[in-house]
Design a protein around this ligand. Structure first.
Ligand code: ATP
Ligand code: MG
Length: 423
């Protein structure tokens, strides 16, 4: 036998019931977005490599070592999108929606990064991203945070994630701070790990984001960017805090929070949970006022966040692995019953659109069909055999309640189900 082909490492099939949990999460989050007036945008999965190089910055993890980049048949360098913000800004510039009326957008789908696969870290993963354009003041930063907190409540996360915020100031401020940080870190150069040594001159702020516990002390004592903020960024950050307090949102300031990407300015934030190890951030975002300019547009205020959907699903897994509910399972004994049953099922699905009807396909004895009905987790079974056909009735057997079997006329089936399934 030839060798079986397996999926690519770090890229997973999502089987039921995990797939329905992911979909439930997506629907719940989308319902919240709808309530806040956000609209969906769909973007391609492939983009020109240059887009990510220019937006994320050469010294970032993603561009340095995580992108799936290849040449297509025309010899163009393409990249499977590692994140959504760059594509969204590209689309905004291309279609001209960044200026004039401000916009509130969201998207969801697969993203790709060549990382070491582990729990909560995959090579194909799913994000729900939110981006806003044309809002310069901190009220939108607060709205994004309030909106994301609303989402945690909507999906009943078993624990309340903790909010950390920070301000990165303007790029001028970061430039000045960068020099200070390099001088500080140089004193400990021999203690830095390889990653940090490489970043010392290319992207020293990223060292603050290191997850290496050996660097914790050095990072803890590093000069703080917050102390070097310009007046405008300081006011922006203070106002954000006032707004969060007014909205009753608890937060802590983490001066080491820098985010992995170059394009952030002013506000950055993360929602963090316990129990996912180093993969504790379920949502990360902030303001990126400089990115549009960097990608060739007139400056445009912008802020957003992205949620890692697999990490949310992992938190819900232990508490909410409910099988999807099927309402009706149709047991059909013989060829004539199959014809009548098919028509009845179509009628029920048409008239009761929120209820599900599964037909026993493939025949079988009454015993084996009953067994399948039971295993399907259906609430009730409808049985059509010779007697029922002769009398234009069906038998209804309740599978999840102590209740006698009933005989119902076929004409009366829809109202009967409507009354009994909506209880
Ligand atoms: P991390 O620090 O965990 O590597 P990141 O800073 O690279 O995260 P972002 O680019 O901000 O992550 O992506 C937003 C969110 O997407 C993360 O907070 C996380 O929940 C999720 N995420 C990022 N990378 C992965 C991955 N490889 N697998 C699963 N989820 C991911
Ligand atoms: Mg990462």
């Amino acid at each position: 036998m030839s060798k079986r082909i397996q999926s690519i490492r770090g890229m997973h099939d999502v089987l039921p019931p995990a797939s329905s949990m992911l979909r439930n999460i997506e629907h719940a989050l989308q319902a919240v977005l709808q309530q806040y007036g956000y609209q969906e945008i769909r973007m391609p999965i492939l983009e020109q490599t240059e887009l990510f190089k220019r937006s994320l910055g050469e010294g970032t993890d993603i561009v340095e070592k995580e992108m799936y980049t290849f040449e297509d048949r025309n010899g163009d360098s393409l990249t499977l999108r590692p994140e959504g913000t760059a594509s969204c800004v590209r689309a905004g510039l291309q279609h001209g929606f960044l200026y004039g009326q401000p916009s509130r957008l969201w998207y969801t789908g697969p993203f790709f990064r060549h990382e070491r696969p582990q729990k909560g870290r995959y090579r194909q993963f799913h994000q729900l991203g939110v981006e806003t354009f044309g809002f310069a003041s901190p009220d939108i930063d607060a709205e994004l945070i309030i909106l994301s907190q609303h989402m945690w409540g909507k999906i009943n996360l078993p624990q309340a994630p903790k909010l950390e915020i920070n301000s990165l100031g303007t790029s001028q401020v970061r430039q000045a701070y960068r020099e200070k940080l390099i001088t500080y870190l140089q004193q400990y150069e021999s203690e830095l790990d390889l990653d940090a040594k490489q970043r010392l001159h290319t992207n020293p702020l990223r060292i603050l984001d290191s997850k290496n516990p050996d660097l914790k002390n050095i990072i803890q004592n590093a000069p703080s960017l917050l102390e070097h903020l310009d007046d405008e960024s300081k006011q922006h950050f203070e106002r954000l805090q006032e707004l969060l307090t007014a909205a009753n949102i608890e937060y802590s300031i983490n001066t080491r929070l820098v985010r992995g990407l170059d394009y952030y300015s002013k506000t950055v934030f993360e929602w963090i949970v316990e129990g996912l190890g180093a993969q504790a951030t379920i949502c990360a975002g902030g303001r990126y006022d400089g990115l549009v300019d960097q990608l060739g547009g007139k400056p445009c205020a912008a802020a957003g966040f992205a949620i890692g959907l697999e990490r949310l699903a992992a938190l819900l897994e232990e508490t909410q692995l409910e099988e999807p509910i099927i309402d009706v399972y149709m047991i059909l004994m013989g060829g004539q019953a199959e014809l009548i049953g098919l028509a009845l099922a179509i009628d029920i699905r048409g008239k009761l659109p929120t209820h599900s009807v599964v037909i026993n396909c493939g025949g079988g004895s009454i015993k084996s069909q009953m067994k399948r009905a039971d295993r399907s987790n259906a609430r009730l079974a409808i049985i059509l055999a010779e007697d029922e056909i002769n009398n234009s009735t069906v038998s209804v057997k309740f599978l999840r309640e102590q209740r006698d079997q009933e005989t119902i006329s076929q004409d009366n089936l829809v109202p009967f189900l409507n009354a009994n399934l909506n209880k």
